[in-house]
Ligand binder design. Structure first.
Ligand code: BT5
Length: 264
């Protein structure tokens, strides 16, 4: 891996202070997509908290068939297998917060969230999340939480990402340890996940409020693309299940549950 060392898995294990999440680590230097492998392992009955992790991911996936671009050996690329008994929108919130908190704690940068779960520094994306589920009928719902964070390097030479993507190093923090960032990310994720698994309203409410407080989308004029349809207006708020509320020019409010948000 030219110039960049591979992840030190033993060091990551030493740094990791979790009970379940990441206690089983499946590492390969190259994996087509950690989410795809994690989905296979989940169907085969992998233990709760199993984490699939890599240094290079040629087939990294985003939402809706999009791709996630790899900078070899310079990102945190992982997928976590969980079995949530709480609604999926809370998993989105708990995961986005975990990424945000891990970056904030290990770098002192101040990331923000773009609804529903892009992690930004300034206006540029530093982290993305792809949650996929498996399980039907009598099987428990199993979710694979895929996370990509850009740590070193830059996307300046990648025309379609130069204006929209950034890395932690590009934001001035060159020295962050990927092992520490990943350990902190898994710890933050575990804490949020366990809070939500307890099923108590106050825990879920705390996570919702924290997530909402970090949404840089709110108060901005936004354009939302839902397939061929575009909705434009002021991002006025989010409701209890994370639905984005858009105040349109005619005074009506459009509830948004999916789509791509562009901040104008
Ligand atoms: C996402 O999708 O942001 C979800 C990304 C999830 C990636 C992780 S890595 C580990 C795991 N295994 C996988 O195969 N995937 C997950 P979406 O919101 O659809 O955003 C995709 C868009 O983000 C692309 O169309 C690009 O515009 C942009 N993009 C692609 N690569 C990027 C990068 N490395 N950094 C920032 N933006 C990127």
């Amino acid at each position: 891996m030219e110039g960049f060392p591979l992840l030190k898995i033993e060091e990551l294990k030493e740094r990791l202070q979790t009970t379940h999440i990441g206690q089983t680590l499946v590492y390969h230097p190259v994996i087509e997509s950690t989410n795809t492998l994690a989905m296979t392992l989940a169907r085969e009955g992998a233990a709760l908290g199993t984490v699939v992790i890599t240094d290079e991911q040629p087939g990294g996936r985003g939402r809706q068939g999009r791709s996630w671009q790899t900078l070899r050996g310079q990102q945190a690329l992982l997928s976590i297998i969980v079995r949530p008994s709480f609604p999926a929108h809370f998993l989105v919130m708990g995961t986005a917060l975990a990424v945000l908190e891990a970056i904030a704690f290990t770098t002192d940068l101040e990331p923000a969230l773009k609804w529903p779960n892009d992690v930004l520094i300034g206006e540029k994306k530093v982290g993305g999340i792809l949650i996929e589920t498996t399980g039907a009928g009598n099987e428990d719902l199993c979710a694979v939480v895929g996370i990509g964070v850009n740590v070193y390097g830059s996307f300046k030479e990648v025309p379609e990402l130069a204006q929209r993507a950034t890395t932690i190093a590009e934001q001035g923090v060159q020295s962050v340890s990927r092992e520490q960032l990943i350990a902190t990310l898994l710890e933050r994720f575990e804490e949020n996940y366990e809070t939500l698994q307890q099923g108590k309203d106050e825990g879920a409410w705390r996570i919702w409020k924290h997530w909402r407080d970090h949404l840089s989308t709110l108060g901005r004029w936004v354009r939302i693309q839902q397939g061929a349809q575009t909705i434009e207006g002021m991002a006025a708020g989010v409701d209890a299940d994370g639905t984005l509320l858009i105040r349109q020019q005619d005074g009506s409010t459009a509830p948004i549950t999916w789509g791509d948000v562009e901040m104008c």
